[in-house]
Structures are given as structure tokens and as C-alpha cells.
Design a protein around this ligand. Sequence first.
Ligand code: BT5
Length: 286
Amino acid sequence: MNQLELEKQLQDLPLGAIRYFDSITSTNDEAASWIKAEVPHLALVVADEQTAGRGRGGRKWYTPAGSALAFSLVLRSEKQISQLLKYQNTARLNGLGALAVCQTLQKELKLPAQIKWPNDVLVNGKKLSGVLAEAHWIGNELAAVALGIGINISGASLPPEDWDTLNPHPFPATSIETALGAPVNRWELLHSILEELLTWRKLISQPEFLQAWDSRLAFRGQWVQVFSPGMGTSIKIGKILALEEDGALQLQEESGEVISLRAGEIHPSPPVVGGYHLRPVDSSEN
Ligand code: BT5
């Protein structure tokens, strides 16, 4: 791929501008500097390789050359997006990215994709894609959001064991070609995902969006453990009920109390039995 070919591939989409890199630190970094320099709405940064791809909370995202999709779409401050961020909460935007990937995998490749709240896409219970929505503010005003998406295409995109020392017990990973057992054209796939993104973006404040996201929620009705870096070592365990209006996840704790989560990482957990939480002995905090 190169700049001209990518522009040709995506020419029918209403994108603001496109920047292609064979290798870059992180497409979200490039989007962030572009945002400081008057980026057009719906500008797109795409890279074949990321040398410092990022997840949430300083975690790493693995993107070796020739194996994955890594891109960031810039959503400029529109009324709709600003309103969504009135609680300074990017949950719905993470949901937008994950939903677009899920819809494409399902429609184009018949892969049974689900969204592991808040920002992962799973196929066959393994992580295939991650979303990192980063809001950029000038004072109290939202300048833009960089919606970064990483998708594993070939088996070579799977992170090696012990690769992320900050997260020694990562969620199991897969790639599209591993799940499908056949090769795919990643640039055609990028086109389809962007189409979905642009369509759902317009609906992001609507109930249809929340319903579509909710209907793809992984582990609904199941017990999960929640690891939250902001909460130190404490771990919550609960049964997933539903999504809330602002994208928070509703969990019912063993006591029956319903709580709302606005950040965190969920892993499936065995059910609570006789008042004791059963969970794998090797589970640890992320
Ligand atoms: C994410 O964070 O899953 C968000 C990933 C967003 C990546 C995109 S690529 C384009 C744009 N530019 C960037 O720099 N980032 C965005 P989180 O939920 O925090 O998960 C991070 C964890 O996922 C890591 O700690 C690893 O354990 C695991 N991981 C890293 N690379 C992976 C991969 N390729 N496949 C599956 N899991 C991976």
C-alpha cells in the first residue's frame, strides 16, 4: 500500500483527508499532532506498522508490518460529539468503533463478532480488535476525537507471549484469517469498516445505536470479573445486565445491588456459589 493507492481505494468515501505511513509510532499520535494543526473533519491516518501502538492506560498495542489494520479517524468537534462528551466520557465513541468492526465482520465475512465492553471486539471468545478513542480539549472546549482502531488480520499480528509486561495475563487473541481459515484483503475491509463508521456516527446519539451495541454485548447475563486500574487491587464481580444511556455497563453484584461501570476491563468469571467468589487461581489484575 502507499498514499496514492490508499486514496484510490477510499475515494468514494467522504473523508476529510488521508495520511498513509509504512511505519509510525502510533496513528493516534499522528492524529493528535494533526488535531493541533487544523485537521479537517473525518481525516484519516493509516499505518502498516506501529512501533509504539497504544491501548488504554499506557498499555501497548502490537502492530507488526504487513499483518494488521491500524488507523485513526478524526471526528472534529461537532455539536453531537461535544454533547456526547458532556460527561467527559468516551464510552459511546469506543462503542462506535467496536460496533463498526463487528458489523463489518458479520456482514462481510459472516464472523460471529461480539463487543467486550467497553472497547474490544471478540470472535470465538478471543480478542481480534481494540478501540482507543481519545478526546482532545482546548480549555473546556472539545477540539476533536481521535478514534483509533487496531484489527488483527493475519496470524502474524498476534502479540507474542509476555510481550506486554504491563499486562502479563492478556485476554486471548485471534485474527480474522485465523478465525476464517482464509486470506482477506485488508484494504477492502478497511473500506467497509469506514463505511459502517460513517453510517453509525450519524446515529450515535440515537436509541438505535445503543440497541445495536447492546445486542452485540459479549457475556450478557454472565458473571464477569472487573479489573480496574483506577481502583487499585479491588476486583468487582457481577452479572452483566445491560448498557446505560452514556455507555456505562450495568452489573448486578452478588448482593443484588446494581452498579454502573464507566471504565475497566472485564473477564468472564465462574458463577458465585454459596457466597464465595470462585475464580481461576491464576487470574490477576490488569
Ligand atoms: C485496546 O486497549 O485494545 C485499544 C487498542 C487500540 C489500538 C489502535 S491501533 C490504531 C490506534 N493507534 C494506537 O496507538 N492505538 C490505536 P486495551 O483494552 O487497553 O488493550 C490493550 C491490551 O491488548 C494489551 O495490554 C495487550 O495485552 C493486548 N494486545 C496488544 N496488542 C494486541 C493485538 N494485536 N491483539 C490482541 N490483543 C492485543
